[in-house]
Design a protein around this ligand. Structure first.
Ligand code: NAD
Length: 478
C-alpha cells in the first residue's frame, strides 16, 4: 500500500486538510494506496512556490533548461520498468503497453521540447522606416490538468512545453491514475529542476482542478479530458480571460474502402479499436466499411477480435488488461446495454469477463463489436471510451463523408484507401483536427494536435504548444 503526497516546492508534502482518497488497482479491483484529497489551500501553496521559482527559471539559460529537460527524459528512461509497472497497476493497462508506448513517449515529450526550445524563434516585420519584432515571453504560472487514459504520457505532453517555454507549472494528474506523476517529482529533483518550477497537486477535479482554473495568478490552462469538464473549465476561465487549450472527447470514424491494403487495414483496425482497452481518445469507434467488402471484413474482424486475450495486465500474453475504474466499467457496460436497446446486434463480446483469482474482482470487459445501428442513435453519437466499436456498411463516398461528420465531435479520422484523389478529398472534407491515411496513431510531435467541434479548442504539439505557453508582444521601432 502506497501513500503518495503532493509535490510542492521540490518536496513531497501532505495535503493541508490531512484527507486522502483511495487509489485502486483496476486489475484486482482492490485498494492499492492513498492519494491526497487536496483543497484550494494546497493549490495556493503550489502557486506561491511556482511564482517564487519563476524569476529563477525564466532567467535560466536556454542551454541549461535544455540540459535539465533532457536529464528528466533520461531519468524517465532509466526508470522505465518501475514506471511501466506503476502505470499498469494504476490504470489496468498492460505492462507492455506502458513499457512500449506510455513511458517512452513521456521521455520523448521532454526530449522533443528540450530540443525545440533552442530552435523556437519569433517573427520580425520590416516596412520602409519601420521595424517590428515579436517577443514571445513565458506566461508565468500555468495550470496543466490531465486525464487517466495515458497518464504520464499526457501529463508530460503539457508540462514539457510549458517548462521549455520558461513557465512554472501547477499540475494535476487524474485522481484515478496519480502514481507516475508522483514518481516524476523525484526524477525532476534528480535532474536538477529548481524547486517550485514544477508542482503537482493531487485530488478531485471539482476541487483541485477547479481551484487551479479559478486561481487568479494562473493565466493559462492546458486541459485534456472530457468534453463535459472542458465546458465547465471554459465557463469559469473565459470571464477571467485566461488562455485555454482544451483537448476533449471524440467519436472517431474509420472509413474503409475496398481498394485499401486489406491486411494492413485489418491488423491496424483491431489496434485502433482496442488498444489500451479502447481508452485512447484517438481510437476509432465508428467503423464504416464499403459494402462490397463488408461481409468479408465483418467475418475477419470478428475472428481477429476473438483472438485477443484479456487478463492479468502483467502477463505478456494478454492484449487487453482492465478498464480504468469501477465507475468506468459500469458506464461501458451500460453503454453496451443501451446499444442492445437501440437494436444493435452484438457480434462478439458484450459482457464483463471474469478472470481467475487474484483478478476476479478486476474490471475486465470483452472487446465488443456491434452492428445494425443507425448513425443517429446514442451509441454512434456519444463517446463510450471503452472496448466497444460499431461497424456499418456504406455505398458512396458522399454518403460515408456525411456519416463520418455527423457527430458533435471532431478529433480524428482514419481513411483506408489507395485512391490518391479520394484520400485527399476526405483529408480536406472530414471535420476533424487529425486525419490518418492508411495508418493510425502515427505521431510526428512537430505536427498540430487537437480537435474541432466538441473535441476541443487550440492545438498542442510542436510550435503550437510553445506558442500557447508564451504571450506574443509586438515591439515596433519607427
Ligand atoms: P475528466 O474530464 O473526468 O478528467 C480529466 C481531468 O480533469 C482529471 O484530472 C480531473 O480530475 C479533472 N477535472 C474534472 N472535472 C474538472 C473540473 N470541473 N475542473 C477542473 N478539472 C477537472 O476526463 P477523464 O475521464 O479523466 O478522461 C477521459 C476523457 O478524456 C475522455 O473524454 C477522452 O476522450 C478525453 N481525452 C481526450 C484527449 C485529447 O487529446 N483530445 C486525450 C485523452 C483523453
Amino acid at each position: 500500500m502506497h501513500t503518495i503526497q503532493n509535490f510542492i516546492n521540490g518536496a513531497h508534502v501532505p495535503p493541508k486538510n490531512g484527507l486522502y482518497l483511495d487509489n485502486f488497482n483496476p486489475a484486482t479491483g482492490e485498494i492499492s494506496g492513498k492519494i491526497p484529497d487536496s483543497s484550494m489551500e494546497d493549490v495556493e501553496d503550489a502557486v506561491r512556490a511556482a511564482a517564487a521559482a519563476f524569476p529563477v527559471w525564466v532567467n535560466t539559460s536556454l542551454e541549461h533548461k535544455q540540459e535539465i529537460l533532457i536529464a528528466i527524459a533520461n531519468g524517465i528512461l532509466q526508470n522505465l520498468d518501475m514506471l511501466a509497472e506503476a502505470e499498469s497497476a494504476d490504470s489496468g493497462k498492460t505492462v507492455i503497453t506502458a513499457r512500449t508506448i506510455d513511458i517512452p513517449r513521456a521521455a520523448l515529450n521532454f526530449k522533443f521540447f528540450a530540443t525545440g526550445l533552442l530552435h523556437f524563434a519569433s517573427e520580425s516585420h520590416h516596412a520602409p522606416g519601420t521595424l517590428s519584432y515579436t517577443l514571445r515571453q513565458p506566461i508565468g504560472v500555468v495550470g496543466c490538468i490531465s486525464p487517466w487514459n495515458l497518464p504520464l504520457y499526457l501529463f508530460s505532453w503539457k508540462i514539457a512545453p510549458a517548462l521549455a517555454a520558461g513557465n512554472c507549472v501547477v499540475g494535476k494528474p487524474s485522481e484515478v491514475t496519480p502514481l507516475t506523476a508522483s514518481l516524476l517529482g523525484d526524477i525532476c529533483n534528480a535532474a536538477g529542476l529548481p524547486p517550485g518550477v514544477l508542482n503537482i497537486v493531487h485530488g478531485l477535479g471539482p476541487q483541485v482542478g477547479e481551484a487551479i482554473v479559478r486561481h487568479p495568478k494562473i493565466k493559462a490552462i492546458s486541459f485534456t479530458g472530457s468534453t463535459r469538464a472542458g465546458a465547465e473549465i471554459a465557463r469559469i476561465a473565459a470571464p477571467m480571460f485566461k488562455k485555454l487549450s482544451l483537448e476533449l472527447g471524440g467519436k472517431n470514424p474509420n472509413l474503409i474502402f475496398a481498394d485499401c491494403d486489406y491486411e494492413k487495414m485489418l491488423e491496424t483496425t483491431v489496434r485502433s479499436s482496442f488498444n489500451n482497452q479502447g481508452q485512447i481518445c484517438l481510437c476509432g469507434s465508428r467503423i464504416y466499411v464499403e459494402k462490397s467488402i463488408y461481409p468479408k471484413f465483418k467475418k475477419d474482424f470478428v475472428e481477429r477480435v476473438q483472438e485477443l486475450k484479456i487478463g492479468n495486465p502483467s502477463d505478456p500474453i494478454n492484449n487487453l488488461g482492465a478498464v480504468v475504474s469501477k465507475l468506468h466499467f459500469e458506464k461501458v457496460l451500460h453503454c453496451i446495454e443501451l446499444a442492445k436497446e437501440e437494436g444493435g446486434i452484438i457480434l462478439t463480446g458484450g459482457t464483463a469477463i471474469q478472470i481467475p483469482t487474484p483478478f476476479d474482482k478486476g474490471w475486465y470487459i470483452a472487446p465488443t463489436v456491434i452492428e445494425g445501428l443507425s448513425c443517429e442513435c446514442r451509441t454512434n453519437q456519444e463517446e463510450i471510451f471503452g472496448p466497444v466499436v460499431t461497424i456499418q456498411p456504406f455505398d458512396q463516398d458522399a454518403e460515408v463523408l456525411e456519416l463520418a461528420n455527423n457527430t458533435p465531435y471532431g478529433l480524428s479520422a482514419t481513411v483506408w484507401t489507395n485512391n490518391l484523389q479520394r484520400a485527399h478529398f476526405f483529408a480536406e472534407n472530414l471535420q476533424t483536427g487529425i486525419v490518418w491515411v492508411n495508418t493510425w496513431m502515427l505521431r510526428d510531435l512537430r505536427t498540430p494536435f487537437g480537435g474541432v467541434k466538441n473535441s476541443g479548442v487550440g492545438r498542442e504539439g510542436g510550435w503550437e504548444a510553445l506558442r500557447f505557453f508564451t504571450e506574443a508582444k509586438n515591439v515596433t521601432f519607427g
